[in-house]
Design a protein around this ligand. Sequence first.
Ligand SMILES: Nc1ncnc2c1ncn2[C@@H]1O[C@H](COP(=O)(O)OP(=O)(O)O)[C@@H](O)[C@H]1O
Ligand SMILES: [Mg+2]
Length: 465
Amino acid sequence: MLISLRTRLVLVFFAITLLAFTALYLYVAPGLRSRLLDARLTQLATAAREYSPPVARTVGSSATAAEIRQRVDQASRGSQTRVTLLAVTSAIQPSGPQLTPVADSSSPTSADQLRYAVAWKAIHTRGLALGTESRPAGIVAEAAMPVSFDGRVARVIIFSSPASDVVHAVSVVRQQILVAGLIAMLLALIGAYLVARWLTQRVGRLERAAERVASGEFEHPIAVDSRDELGQLAIAFNDMQRQLGMLDKARKQFIATASHELRTPVFSLGGFVELLEDEELDAATRRRFLGHVAEQVERLRKLSVDLLDLSRLESGSLELRPESVDLGELTRSVSAEFEVTLAQHDAHLELRLSGQVEAVCDPVRIAQIVRILIDNALTHTPPGTRIVVTAGRRNGTVKLAVRDDGEGIDGQALPRIFEPFFTADDQQGSGLGLAIASELAGRMEGRLDVDSRPGQTVFTLEIPA
Ligand SMILES: Nc1ncnc2c1ncn2[C@@H]1O[C@H](COP(=O)(O)OP(=O)(O)O)[C@@H](O)[C@H]1O
Ligand SMILES: [Mg+2]
């Protein structure tokens, strides 16, 4: 069963309050009762010690019953308790020793008949004994003082006072705890309900926003109404929404540009095919048209290979086949591929290799990067440019650099040249070369950096050796 956050919070609030008040009720109230009774017994003990001696002195003396009665009454008045003098009859009787009232400050008819359990305790311990006794009229606190005569306890003086006021006070406290508990529980329920509703409303807002994002809507951020955890969550959520929006825009842009790039050569091809269908074309024109067709097909081929590479790189599915590679040899052979193009551009390429440069890497992909860089140094520079390719090893890394003394890259364009489809001049490139090269470098745990100023552009590939 699904218990909502709101119900859970309300239950927890309720349970905590219930627990607190049950503890109060079960622990504080009985504790209070025993402390109050103890205090009452201590009072009685003090009274017993103070007012016993005059009564005790009558034992074994020739005091008359009236005199004894008078002393008992005096003790009662002084101590403001009921005082009872009990005689302990000898233990020789078959039923054992017995207690018989000799004098009582209250008249026996109006006063409750007590059983004097404490008296027996006093007889046995031969010392002051304290205790309580439950009577129909309520609880009674008692202090019993034994009086010895002839080597045995002959009398016991009982100081007693009703303790029902204590019981009453405790029950009042209990009742108040109960009432306060009920009110607190009600308040806890209302409070928990309100807090929970406020929280769930905010969570609900986040949930609805997440649904909107899931359905492709990235425009409206959620209002951040506080600095607490949910506020932080809202901020993080807005951040995520913004980034998703940017990604979504980039993806749409990518598809739009890619399809545009593909459409241009396809349309151009269509045009040439239509022209070639004309039967009256002379051989020279036909050859020229076929040359254009071949050019567009090559452009399409390159574009589709590049797009495939980029998508594999971005999805992480491009596999590298690392092996021990002599980078000097590799750059030499890639440079050789450009012999014809170099001659066409009247450019010069110089190779500078510092010793033996060996590294474990995928030779095909390194060659691809070098090819992209040399191609750029040729196509984006004026004729007669000098290109220098260097390879060397330093601090555990291998560095491959392609430098040209062309016009350099525009400062505003420089930060964007690694973006797919970005081109900074009107050479008919697709703008995928550097994007692929830098993604490849990243996959090899290396990096591709650029440093460009008027008169010099250097691309440096750095990979772990
Ligand atoms: N060596 C260079 N000199 C000047 N500009 C360059 C150089 N290399 C790259 N660029 C600029 O960077 C852009 C991106 O390069 P690239 O990704 O290879 O795309 P493409 O070569 O297809 O235009 C180029 O359009 C060009 O403007
Ligand atoms: Mg290029």
